[in-house]
Design a protein around this ligand. Sequence first.
Ligand SMILES: *[C@@H]1O[C@H](CO)[C@@H](O)[C@H](O)[C@H]1NC(C)=O
Ligand SMILES: *[C@@H]1O[C@H](CO)[C@@H](O)[C@H](O)[C@H]1NC(C)=O
Ligand SMILES: *[C@@H]1O[C@H](CO)[C@@H](O)[C@H](O)[C@H]1NC(C)=O
Length: 403
Amino acid sequence: MALKLTPTRRRTLVFPLSLFSLLFLLYSLSFNSFRLTSRSPDPSPPLVRHTAPCNYSEGKWVLDPDPIKPRYDQSCKEIYKGWNCIANAKSNGQDLLRWRWQPSGCDLPLADPVSFLERYRNTNIGFVGDSLNRNMYLSLVCMLKRASSEVKKWRPAGADRGLTFVRYNLTLAYHRTYLLVRFGSWSATSDSGALESLGYKQGYRIDVDVPDQKWAEAPKFHHILVFNTGHWWWAPSKFDPVQSPMLFFQNGVPVIPPLTPPLGMDLALKHMLRYIENLVGPDKFLFFRTQSPRHFEGGDWNAGGSCWRDQPLSIDEVGELFSVERNGTNVESRLVNQHLFEALKGSRFHILDITSMSVFRADAHPSTTGGKKHEDCMHWCLPGLPDIWNDLFVATLETLQIK
Ligand SMILES: *[C@@H]1O[C@H](CO)[C@@H](O)[C@H](O)[C@H]1NC(C)=O
Ligand SMILES: *[C@@H]1O[C@H](CO)[C@@H](O)[C@H](O)[C@H]1NC(C)=O
Ligand SMILES: *[C@@H]1O[C@H](CO)[C@@H](O)[C@H](O)[C@H]1NC(C)=O
């Protein structure tokens, strides 16, 4: 049926019609490109195959009947004494090597040290963060040293420790920093500053916009960086809310009204991510590691808490131990992650989600064999879980085709 249109009516119809066809065109284009990327190159016969990138963080722990061939053992000299669970005769120290992380949709390959050394020739890789990033750094060092033991130790760009695999010119370093930003003790002066007039006598001055010198130069030196910050923001034993509160400064002056630690963390992350992104070009690869969970049961670390288990937790046990609603002892890891994910949204950082696999591993901490007055239910045995974090790191580097 032909519609007779006057010139004016025709003009008013043309626009909605062409908008409709444009939308249709866009729809078919996106549909086609979806088909192109989500189908295997050979369209027939249709294969049941996981074509979306595998989510390595979703899975479960399975006990391998045969002990996995260890990638390194207790003889690696780099292992910090308190984390060497096999040497310290932790009862399940050897069993830790038998637990394999099985992602739901694929396998997580074991990092191959020789091909890693080859692939990352002439590359500098920096770990920046607290002792849990040192845990991860040492695991990678031990794995690689097994394949190439000729190393030169040095401290690049303010690092706490570092070494170069001489035959490959590959440098690894660990930069120690608790909060990423600079902090130091603060006490009231006689001038009536803003904090003094609010009654503050002492505490810690935390400059949310000033990077800690330990790593400020690291992004220029390293090609690949793995950052973390976490439990220090929730550490009332150091940053006691009354005796020694965190006092946040921005542009050199106190933030008034004073912020709670979580809000201070948000501000520090915002400034530090911006600092890093402004400092480095697109040839650098940035990772942020999610929070490493603790497993204190029956009390916090300084209140008799312990981690006595010799098997990973069940999913229900994880629910209880980490419930935000039930104020579980170890709830901090979920809170830290909420702040991290929010800060990292839209940034250049790739997220290395180790939390999902690690929450199960109440069995993998040094516990009473850590050699401290309190049980260590925070760091991890080496060899152990951080080796799997590095498998995830290496697999992610390959997925992203970095190098
Ligand atoms: C991957 O799995 C983890 C754990 O279940 C989940 O938290 C995360 O959102 C998933 N990531 C994506 C991109 O789906
Ligand atoms: C070693 O690697 C660095 C980059 O990290 C590069 O600048 C340097 O030229 C390399 N040295 C040799 C001898 O290839
Ligand atoms: C949560 O538990 C901690 C100690 O583990 C306690 O200091 C705090 O007051 C509790 N918070 C709530 C809301 O119950």
